[in-house]
Each structure stands twice: as C-alpha cells, then as structure tokens.
Design a protein around this ligand. Sequence first.
Ligand SMILES: Cc1cc2nc3c(=O)[nH]c(=O)nc-3n(C[C@H](O)[C@H](O)[C@H](O)COP(=O)(O)OP(=O)(O)OC[C@H]3O[C@@H](n4cnc5c(N)ncnc54)[C@H](O)[C@@H]3O)c2cc1C
Length: 441
Amino acid sequence: MRAIVLGGSFAGLLAARVLHDFADEVTILEPDNEQEHRTRSGAPHRDQLHALLAMGHDQLERFLPGLTEELVDAGAHLGHGEQVQFYIDGKRRPTVPGIRMIGASRALIEAHVRRRVLALPRVQVLPHRATGVRTHAGRVYAITSVTPGGDCHELPADFAVDAMGRSSRLGRWLEAAGWPAPRIERLRIELGYATARFHRGHELPDTVVAHSTPGPASNYLPSVCEPGALTAVEGARWDVVLAGYTGYRPTSDPAAFVNRMRRCVAPIQQVADLCAMEAEPTTFHVRDSRRRHFRELPRLPGGLAVLGDALASVNPVYGQGLTLATLQASALHRHLRCGASPHLPATGYFRRAGAVVDAAWQLSTTADLAQPHVTGPYPFGYPLVRWAADRVTQASILDAEINAAFSDVLHMRQHPRVLTRPRVLLRTARTLATHKITRPT
Ligand SMILES: Cc1cc2nc3c(=O)[nH]c(=O)nc-3n(C[C@H](O)[C@H](O)[C@H](O)COP(=O)(O)OP(=O)(O)OC[C@H]3O[C@@H](n4cnc5c(N)ncnc54)[C@H](O)[C@@H]3O)c2cc1C
C-alpha cells in the first residue's frame, strides 16, 4: 500500500506513524519545513502555550515508546500529583494522584515526534503543497501537488490522509472531483489568546502546570479570577498564556500582560512578581470551533481519512487538540488493524474518530455556550445538561472522588457521560448539600 499524508504537523506525523505499520511506503507532503523556527507559517499557533492532556501523553508514549524520557532529557518536566494544579473560579481542585502532564513547548514535543517518525524506514517527507485529489472507480488513486519551485506532480496513492489543519480545502477538492463535501458545523467563540515567556529560577519548585478557568460561581466571566495557565518548559522558562473573549482579549503589550497575570491564581501571580519576561506576548485569535461531518456523507471515496484539526478544531482553552489527534490516530490504527481494505470508504474510521470528536465537542461547547457572548445554536436539552454540569463542577472542587471522575473526563480518559452516572450525581447532591457554596447567578 502507498500512503500519502497531506500536512506534516502534529496530526500528520501521527497519521504517518500509524500508516507505517500497514503501508509499504508513507509520504508526507508538508510545504512548510522550517522546523527550527518556533513559529512556522503553516502552523502559526504553534508558538502559543500547548498543554498535553494525560490521555494524549499516554497515546504518544504508546505510539512512540520512550518519547517521555527523550523529552525529559531535552529539558521537559514531568509533572505528577501536586505539581499539576487545576483551578476553577480561583479555587484549587483536589490533587489527582494518577495524573501526569509533560511540561514542554509544543515546538519541542513536535520536533521529537517528527524526528522519531521520520526515522521510520518507510516514511519520507516531500516539501510539496497538496492541490487536489484524483478519484476513479469510487476511490482516491492520486494526490496532486506542487513543489516550492512550481512543478506540478500527480502522486499515486492507495490511501490518503488529510491532516491540513482547520482550513483544509479537502471539501472543495472533493466537490471538484464530483463528490459531496462534508457539512461544516461552527460555534462562534471569538477567543483571544496571548503567550509570553519568563525566566524560571527557583520559585514554585512544586509546580509544573497550573491552569485556571472561570466557572459557575462567576458565571464563566473573569470577575473572580483571570483565565490563564502556566507551564514549566525546557530552557529554564515558564510559558504563560492568558485568554479572553470578544473585546476582552489579551494584547501584546508586556505591561498590560503582567498586570493581568496579577489578577490570576497564585502561581501565575508569583511568576508575574518574581520572574523576568524573556519573550513578549504573541497573540492569536480563534473565531470559532468547527468540525466537519464526514459521517453524514451519502457517498465518500475509498482510501481517504481525515485527522486532527481538519476533522475537528475546538476551543483551545480546554487543551484538547493534540489529544484529539492522538485518539484519532488510535482510531485509524484500529480501523486498519481490523483488516479494512484501504480502497473502500473508511466508514469504520470515521465512526470511531467521530465518537471521540463528539465527546470533545460536547465538553467544550457545553462550557462555551455558558459564555454570555456565545449565542448558540444550543443542542436539545442544553439547560438541563448545563445545570447538571455546573453542579458537578462545583462539587468537584469539594470532593476528591468527584474530582477524580471530572479529571478523567477533562483529560479525555473517559467519556463525559460518566459524569451523569447515578453514583456521581448522588455524591454531587450530597456534597453540595453538606457544604455552603456560592450559587451560580
Ligand atoms: C491558540 C491555540 C492554542 C492551542 N492550545 C492547545 C493546547 O494547549 N493543547 C492542545 O492539545 N491543543 C491546543 N491547540 C490545538 C492544537 O494546536 C491543534 O489541535 C493542532 O495543531 C492540530 O494539529 P494538526 O496537525 O491537525 O494541524 P496544524 O498544526 O494546523 O497543521 C496543519 C499542517 O498542514 C500543512 N498544510 C496546510 N495546507 C497544506 C497543503 N495544501 N498541503 C500540504 N500541507 C498543508 C500546514 O503547513 C501545517 O503544517 C491550540 C490551538 C490554538 C489555535
């Protein structure tokens, strides 16, 4: 089997890793190979703080054994227990002993994944930009591409994976080849992000990750505490990110950034007070969360899968994107391992990957729709789901068992439906009844 992966960023590299187990040759097309630069033009968001959730970390280690050790040798930090701190409405959640998170920049993680994947004997990368798909007899048979010098190619393929990110043009290419394009669902969020880097000395020796969001007690507004996160990364640095919606987006002004850090949770305040800024804030604007509904298509060519942001790109404040890509890679592995013909429509893959996307989408949009500026569309039963989610969130601050269940969902180890199990709901009711809490307004 000849496989072609369109896009050689995080999801494309993972797709290539999976395909290597089944294909005679795997070719990655990636026009932007300036890997030594933190900010590639093909993935400009790479410069922002990236948290890798526990499930994503587990999956990376599964596909690339020993990666954690390599990252730690390169200066990354492995956070366990007390070193991984999650806050909601300014209050720290109980520690979850089984959770570990890696403190590293996205650039470092991706560079190591890339090195490992490109070292596989049947994987190569070409600096081509993909320009279209060719189909015949119900399946993809080639990918068209152009080199940096402008030469056009038609590359034969038995199986192609779109990993071209959230702006993928695959839908248009399918239409041009006579196939229907997937529906794109969007939820407008108008998120502003800004990441700055600080020198890391001996302050906060017991912190690798600190993450803080507003919750039900503040009606999801930054009134009690600014939303933000910090991560200890390679090179004795802290990466600090601040987030805000619509007109309240963080800017690239260093003084304003530090002032805003002083209204965050304690670890972020301490970095503002004690550490020198090494790199000024860089900003990023995310207009919407979006996903493409390939499962709905009445006809889909064989030999085609879609991974990463090209399939679904959700609000980054929940840190799900990289982990979603690892879980989709796992779905692709299962699909091919079950003996599915690469020439037939990959419906099994889209079903499995779709289930993972549904869970991430449900989690992120339930919280996004609680934002006053996000005006829908609301899914059926939203008020009840939101009411229950608010109560479980509040109880998770007070009760370690509920928090452990909540944390498994947050880290994508479990489906959000585990939070509606009778045991969790009963314990939530008991916890809230025995504690005096601030009710949501
Ligand atoms: C501000 C911000 C913060 C984030 N924070 C987090 C976080 O904390 N944790 C987390 O897990 N996720 C986070 N994410 C999400 C994460 O960055 C994405 O989910 C991830 O980058 C998806 O990887 P990808 O490979 O699908 O797409 P991308 O990284 O966007 O890569 C797409 C690739 O396709 C290539 N390409 C494009 N067109 C073509 C073409 N025609 N031919 C060939 N190649 C092409 C591009 O050059 C690029 O390399 C964040 C996102 C943003 C925007």
